[in-house]
Design a protein. Structure first.
Length: 268
């Protein structure tokens, strides 16, 4: 079973030059972006063109935001020009370190778009991303359900303040997805596309790394229930109680002290 990776389509009207800003959403784990960089960030198809006015159909990855702003400047040259029925997809450039692409995506990617009988696109200032014409993109745009779920789990970024129970749920979900990956690869042995198989193995490795971090955080939460308290908070409390007892022993009447000692001896 396969599922499209893009969001629902959005209609974008254009009547003058526009600046497209693509940014990584807040609270998105870098592991998800790392696992998804081989896929396009967005897809735009030209629906209508009438002079300087045009209508685009836009779809995007769930972990990015795509915003549009009106601009006055016009680019000196354009990377891709499109007519009705044609479109583009935004990919990270080949041979560029994923770390560089992720950092740039956090800062934002800017693309200038303009209509004039056709629709023109260009990536601003030689970003580590490129626009690929739709008909020249031979990469698959649908993925196995287990692969989609694995990326979803990677994209969940647990808060450092989450409870031990919540961390246990994260670990359980992660373990379930890893089991699903193993079952899928056994069940589809010999029938999986090599690219999908490589992607699943890479995701399983990333999930294993995340599991180690979650397990470490889980055990720390058991030993240290609150980050606002030091890990040796219990011993500090005992020392304070001992100091208080010594003060009571010095200040209390002798008969009270003797009675308390007798009761303690009786308990033992």
């Amino acid at each position: 079973m396969h599922q499209h990776i893009f969001s629902h389509p959005t209609v974008i009207p254009i009547s003058h030059p526009m600046l497209i800003k693509v940014r990584l959403l807040d609270n998105i784990d870098d592991l998800l972006v790392l696992a998804s960089l081989s896929n396009p960030l967005f897809e735009m198809i030209v629906s209508q063109v009438d002079g300087i006015e045009a209508t685009l159909i836009s779809r995007q990855q769930a972990y990015v935001s795509v915003d549009f702003e009106n601009v006055q400047q016009i680019a000196d040259k354009y990377d891709v020009n499109r007519v009705v029925g044609q479109g583009v997809r935004l990919y990270s450039r080949m041979a560029v370190a994923p770390r560089i692409c992720i950092e740039q995506l956090k800062k934002g990617i800017e693309i200038i778009i303009q209509a004039d009988g056709e629709v023109y696109f260009t990536v601003y200032e030689n970003m580590p991303f490129e626009l690929i014409p739709l008909e020249q993109d031979l990469r698959l745009l649908c993925e196995p359900q287990v692969l989609v779920m694995a990326k979803t789990i990677l994209g969940q970024k647990p808060s450092h303040g989450e409870s031990t129970a919540a961390l246990a749920v994260h670990i359980s979900e992660l373990e379930q997805v890893r089991r699903d990956i193993a079952d899928y690869m056994r069940g589809e042995s010999g029938k999986i596309h090599p690219g999908v198989s490589t992607e699943l193995l890479k995701l399983d490795h990333l999930l294993q790394n995340k599991r180690q971090w979650l397990m470490r955080t889980y055990h720390q939460s058991l030993e240290r229930p609150s980050l606002s308290r030091a890990s040796n908070q219990a011993s500090l409390d005992v020392e304070k109680l001992q100091q208080k007892l010594e003060c009571y022993n010095l200040l209390a009447p002798s008969d009270v002290t003797e009675l308390v000692n007798q009761l303690s001896d009786d308990d033992n």
